[in-house]
Design a protein around this ligand. Structure first.
Ligand SMILES: [Zn+2]
Length: 238
């Protein structure tokens, strides 16, 4: 579980009793959660309760204080700003952290994922804003809102870390001169293994290894692993 750092730096704009949860992305690629926390600490009008990036999550505005974040729906929601990564590895790390933090907050309220919506939804339902985040950010990395909802749901359902590794992992080796083996966990991203023994151990532990020739669509193969793993998870009722 991600440790949410308590660093209240902004008091927002009056009392808030939220019934929904808003998910944003910053539209400021590369800027970190700490960058935003620092900005919001300087009496900034715009601030959101939480912000997270690929290494940490920070609680910046008290949960019972109203934030100017989604336009006319401001009075309905608690929110998080997901910092926008500049590479796929950080993207997946960031998604994992954000989903974990949101699951913690939904659990604290006794809410389900049906209370969680993108800024885009608030803009459409309540007006006063034309933002579409975080959808364009997700799309840049081939990710969808539906997949994010599913990930948060998994965390709410209390899937343990051990189960996640067992069920969700896959490996791919590209049969060309680089010999790099990639390890993939949906929702966590793709990591290059540093030693072939790591792959051997993972394979012994039941993690599937897919071979591809040098002309195979690199990421498409990984998406097949992703699909395979998700199908398995569905069968297991995870
Ligand atoms: Zn937004």
């Amino acid at each position: 579980m991600v440790q949410i750092k308590e660093e209240i730096v902004n008091q927002g704009h009056g009392y808030l009793s939220p019934s929904l949860f808003a998910v944003h992305s910053t539209a400021n690629p590369g800027a970190t959660a700490r960058n935003h926390r620092d900005l919001w600490s300087r009496g900034y009008d715009y601030a959101v309760h939480l912000t997270s990036d690929w290494t940490e999550a920070i609680h910046c505005v008290p949960y019972d204080r109203l934030c100017w974040q989604v336009g006319n729906g401001n009075g309905t929601c608690e929110g998080i700003e997901i910092c926008e990564a500049t590479n796929a590895s950080d993207f997946w790390k960031g998604i994992e952290i954000a989903a974990d933090v949101i699951a913690q907050r939904l659990r604290a309220h006794g809410w389900g994922v049906d209370r969680m919506h993108p800024h885009q939804w608030f803009a459409q339902v309540y007006g006063g804003s034309d933002h579409t985040d975080p959808i364009p950010y997700f799309t840049r990395y081939g990710y969808t809102w539906q997949a994010f909802v599913q990930l948060v749901q998994q965390k709410l359902s209390g899937v343990t870390a051990g189960q996640e590794v067992d069920i969700m992992a896959g490996m791919m080796i590209r049969n060309d001169d680089t010999g790099v083996i990639w390890y993939c966990e949906p929702g966590k991203g793709r990591t290059a293994l540093t030693h072939v023994d790591q792959a051997n151990l993972l394979q012994q532990a039941g993690v599937p290894l897919i071979h591809a020739n040098s002309r195979a669509p690199w990421w498409a193969r990984f998406d097949q692993i992703d699909a395979l793993v998700r199908t398995t998870m569905k069968k297991l009722g995870v």
